[in-house]
Design a protein around this ligand. Structure first.
Ligand code: PBG
Length: 356
């Protein structure tokens, strides 16, 4: 017998075992027996969603005591730092482990080069410092990309319609520095420039942030499902053109392995696949190929679809959310960014009645 590679997935091992071992047929086997009652279904379940699996994305605005609903994401609000801290309390009481912060940058602070991104006193840096002070045990993840800060809504520096790679990477390194300095636990570059992980890791090592983690959005597709997010951070209206010259083409899959391999080699601790549900195949492929934590982003458009259908009475939101999150776990995700994180934590504490 040949040894199995350590990172072979459970399902691939299962297939190996089943080969040459035909299942006995009906009626010796009735697969419905193990589905016949709730207690046995729960005992033989292979996957579950726990409080350790969800990360709550937060939209932060300037000001005090300010809260504004995001129309395309029912139940989600942009909040000032003080109200964000207030909103986090009950989620942390229910076991929330980590939050990801995104800024709503006022129009007057947007520039062509997005310089506000590396102002050490910008909204995100203040939010990180204040949230850390309020909840020292909560993991804080910051987004590295210029789009909320630029007047054109692109993630990078633009010259004559082209997104400049290496110049952008320099800006992202500066942005990562101020975030690490503010106390971010995890730096999460979502910009898709080539080579940025290596440069950010170099900077972190040389500036004394050797324990700051990098969660690379290694596999990020040019997707229409980010629409509501762009409303939420007020960058959508500014976006000129699309992001197809840097985000990945949904018609390609193998390239995702190269993206991940490069980012690991450059110093990423964890990788993200994004969007989530339409890309479960990619999550599974990445998880099977590399033995590192893989995160999934259940993005704004996916969340909006659940909300829209449930508001029409076509789906039950609670059940659909938990089934969705379970599917991420089955595909191999270690953690899921979801706007439903707080709802999920509440549901975990109050099991669904009549669940399918
Ligand atoms: C910014 C960024 C985006 C998202 C996360 N970080 C939008 C984009 O790339 O246009 C999308 C998240 C979501 O849709 O929930 N680079």
């Amino acid at each position: 017998m040949t040894a199995k590679p350590e990172n072979k997935s459970q399902t691939a091992q299962e297939q190996d075992i089943l080969e040459g071992f035909p299942l006995p047929g009906y009626p010796a086997t009735r697969l419905r027996r193990l589905r016949s009652a709730g207690w046995i279904r729960e005992m033989v379940a292979e996957y579950n969603v726990t409080a350790n699996d969800v990360i709550l994305p937060l939209f932060i605005t300037e000001g005090q005591n300010a809260s504004e609903d995001v129309t395309s994401m029912p139940g989600v609000a942009r909040r000032s730092i003080d109200l964000t801290i207030e909103a986090l309390k009950p989620a942390i009481d229910l076991g929330l482990k980590a939050a990801a912060v995104f800024p709503v940058v006022p129009v007057e602070k947007k520039t062509i080069g997005g310089e506000e991104a590396f102002n050490p006193d910008n909204l995100i840096c203040r939010a990180v410092a204040d949230i850390k002070a309020a909840f020292p045990g909560l993991g804080i993840i910051t987004d590295v990309a210029l789009d909320p800060y630029t007047t054109h809504g692109h993630d990078g520096i633009v010259d004559d319609g082209r997104i400049l790679n290496d110049e952008t990477v320099e800006a992202l390194v500066k942005q990562s520095f101020v975030q690490a300095q503010a106390g971010a636990d995890v730096i999460a570059p979502s910009d898709m420039m080539d080579g940025r992980i290596g440069k950010i890791r170099q900077m972190l090592e040389s500036q004394g942030f050797e324990n700051t983690m990098i969660l690379s959005y290694a596999v990020k597709y040019a997707s229409c499902f980010y629409g509501p997010f762009r409303d939420a951070v007020n960058s959508g209206g500014f976006l000129k053109g699309d992001k197809k010259t840097y985000q990945m083409d949904p018609a390609r899959s193998g390239e995702s392995l190269r993206e991940v391999a490069l980012d690991i080699a450059e110093g990423a601790d964890m990788v993200m696949v994004k969007p989530g549900l339409p890309y479960l195949d990619i999550i599974k492929t990445v998880k099977e190929a590399f033995n590192i934590p893989v995160f999934a982003y259940h993005v704004s458009g996916e969340f909006a679809m659940l909300k829209a259908a449930s508001e029409n009475g076509w789906l039950d939101y609670d059940t659909a959310l938990m089934e969705t999150l379970l599917s991420f776990k089955r595909a191999g995700a270690n953690g899921i960014f979801t706007y439903g994180a707080y709802d999920c934590l509440k549901l975990l504490n109050k099991p669904l009645k009549n669940s399918a």
